[in-house]
Design a protein around this ligand. Structure first.
Ligand code: AMP
Ligand code: GLY
Length: 434
C-alpha cells in the first residue's frame, strides 16, 4: 500500500518505523516534509508543506497514494483531510470540523456534556472578571486553559493567583476555560475511529513537566512508558464505553464524524475517570512507546479506520514487553529556543540497542566540501531546537528498558541539552500527582 505520512516530528518517525516493522515496505512510504532521521528510513519530501491542502492533494494523486496518515494537528485544522477525502483518497485524520474536538476546548466540553462523558466542571470566560469569578468558585489550585491551539502552552495549573490571572490575560482573546482541579493519575489512551466504531490501542503515561519529580513548566512531553502495570482491571473497556464510543457517536450525530485517532487524556480521580482533554491525533511522545509495542499491521488498522471498516476488526495486538522513551530537549526548552547546534553520537546510542526517533534535526552539508568527494563525513547533523529526539527502549521489564534507554541517551552529545532521569522510575505504583 502506498502511504504518505505528513509531519516532521518524533511521532511521525515512530509511525514510519512502526509501519515498516509491521509489514509495510519502506519503499512504499513517503514522509512530508519529514526530517533528517526519517530520511534514513524512507523517502522524504522536504518541499511539500503539509498544511497546504491543494499541494498535498496534488502530491498524493501524482504518487498514487492509497493512504495518507496525518501526524500533527495543524494540517487537520487547515482542512487537509477534507481536501483529500473529496478526491477519494483514504486519509487517517479527522475533518476540519471534527478536529475541533482538539482545536476548541469549549466545543470538546459541549460534546462531552451532550454525550454524558465524565469530565471536570468548567466555565467558559471571555473577560478577566469572569475568569476571576470562576477561580473563586472552584478555588485553588487554579486550572486556566486557553480555548484554542496554543502549541502546548495554553494551560496553567497553579495555586498562585497572580500567575493564573496573568496567564488568562495572555490568552483572553481566544477565550478562556477555567476548570476545577482534578487530582489523580494521568493516562493517555488512544482509540482508532472510523466514524462509528472505535478500537483501543494500549495505555501509556506521559511526563509533561520539564524536570525530574514533575517539576518545572509543562512541555509537549518529556518521556513516556507503556504498559501501566498499576491500572485497574477493565480500565480500557471502561474508557471505551464511557468516553470514546459516546464521543464518536455524538460527533456522528452532529454531522462531523470523527475518523482518525481520538486521543483521550484522562485523570483517574477518587470519583472515577475524568477526561482532561481530547486530541485529534497521535500523542507525542506516547506514540513512540505505544506503536513500539504494536504487533498488528499498522497500515491495515489505519486503512480500515480511514475507509469506515473498523467493525469486526479484532483488537490490535501488543507485545508484553515494556517500552519507554526519553526525550532529549534542547537548551532552554520549553521556555527559550536554542540556536542550531551540532549533535553527535546517535549511531553510538543505537549501538546500545535503542531506537532513535528524530524530531528537530537537519542534515547540514559543509559548504567547503569538495563537490567531487561527497563523503558522508562532511555532512553533519544539527539540532534545530525544541524537543530534538526521542530515545526508545524495550525490555522484559522496566529496569532493563530504563537501563538501555539511559545507556543510549548518554551517548548523545548536544551542547546544553537536557532530559529527565526519572522516566518510568516508579511503575509498580502510580506516580505521585504534581
Ligand atoms: P491539557 O492541555 O488540557 O491536557 O492540559 C495540560 C496538562 O495540565 C495536563 O496534562 C494536566 O497535567 C494538567 N491539567 C489539565 N487540566 C487539569 C485539571 N482539570 N486538573 C488538574 N490538572 C490538569
Ligand atoms: N504528549 C501530549 C500530546 O501529544 O499532546
Amino acid at each position: 500500500m502506498k502511504i504518505l505520512v505528513l509531519g516532521q516530528g518524533a511521532r511521525e518517525h515512530a509511525i514510519v518505523k512502526a509501519l515498516v516493522r509491521t509489514g509495510t515496505a519502506a519503499t512504499d512510504i513517503i514522509a512530508a516534509p519529514g526530517n533528517a532521521g526519517i530520511a534514513l528510513d524512507v523517502r522524504c519530501e522536504p518541499g511539500l508543506n503539509p498544511n497546504m491542502p491543494l499541494d498535498v492533494v496534488k502530491f498524493a494523486l501524482e504518487h498514487k497514494t492509497e493512504l495518507v496518515i496525518i501526524g500533527p494537528e495543524a494540517p487537520l485544522i487547515a482542512g487537509v483531510s477534507d481536501a483529500l477525502r473529496s478526491e477519494g483518497i483514504a486519509v487517517f485524520g479527522p475533518s476540519q470540523a471534527a478536529a475541533q474536538l482538539e482545536g476548541s476546548k469549549s466545543f470538546a466540553k459541549e460534546v462531552m456534556a451532550a454525550a454524558g462523558v465524565p469530565t471536570g466542571m468548567a466555565r467558559e470566560c471571555t473577560t478577566i472578571e469572569e475568569v476571576v469569578d470562576a477561580m473563586d468558585e472552584f478555588g485553588a489550585p487554579y486550572v486556566i486553559k486557553a480555548d484554542g491551539l496554543a502549541a502546548g502552552k495554553g494551560v496553567i495549573v497553579t495555586s498562585d493567583r497572580d500567575a493564573a490571572i496573568d496567564h488568562a490575560m495572555k490568552f483572553i482573546s481566544m477565550g478562556i476555560l477555567v476548570e476545577e482541579f482534578l487530582d489523580g493519575q494521568e493516562v493517555s489512551l488512544f482509540f482508532l475511529s472510523d466514524g462509528h466504531s472505535v478500537l483501543p490501542l494500549t495505555p501509556a503515561q506521559d511526563f509533561k513537566r520539564a524536570f525530574d519529580n514533575d517539576e518545572g513548566p509543562n512541555t509537549g512531553g518529556m518521556g513516556a512508558y507503556s504498559p501501566l502495570p498499576w491500572l485497574p482491571e477493565g480500565f480500557v473497556e471502561e474508557v471505551e464505553e464511557k468516553v470514546a464510543l459516546p464521543t464518536v457517536q455524538e460527533m456522528a450525530r452532529l454531522g462531523a464524524p470523527f475518523v482518525g485517532l481520538l486521543y483521550c487524556g484522562l485523570i483517574i480521580t477518587k470519583r472515577g475517570i475524568r477526561v482532561i482533554e481530547f486530541n485529534a491525533r497521535f500523542g507525542d511522545p506516547e506514540t513512540q512507546v505505544v506503536l513500539r509495542r504494536l504487533n498488528s499491521s499498522l497500515s491495515n488498522l489505519l486503512y480500515k479506520a480511514s475507509t469506515g471498516h473498523l467493525e469486526g476488526v479484532s483488537d490490535p495486538e501488543f507485545t508484553k514487553d515494556v517500552a519507554i522513551t526519553v526525550v532529549l530537549a534542547s537548551e532552554g526548552y520549553p521556555e527559550t529556543s536554542a540556536p542550531n547546534r551540532p549533535i553527535y553520537g546517535i549511531g553510538d546510542a543505537e549501538a546500545q540497542g535503542v531506537e532513535v526517533c528524530h524530531a528537530s534535526t537537519e542534515k547540514k552539508v559543509d559548504d567547503n566540501r569538495d563537490a567531487l568527494t561527497k563523503e558522508d563525513g562532511k555532512e553533519s547533523l544539527i539540532a534545530t531546537g525544541g524537543r530534538v529526539l526521542s530515545v526508545v527502549a524495550t525490555g522484559k521489564d522496566f529496569a532493563g528498558a530504563r537501563a538501555q534507554a539511559y545507556a543510549g541517551i548518554e551517548k548523545i552529545h548536544l551542547q546544553g541539552a537536557h532530559y529527565r532521569k526519572d522516566i518510568a522510575a516508579k511503575v509498580s505504583e502510580p506516580r505521585v500527582a504534581n
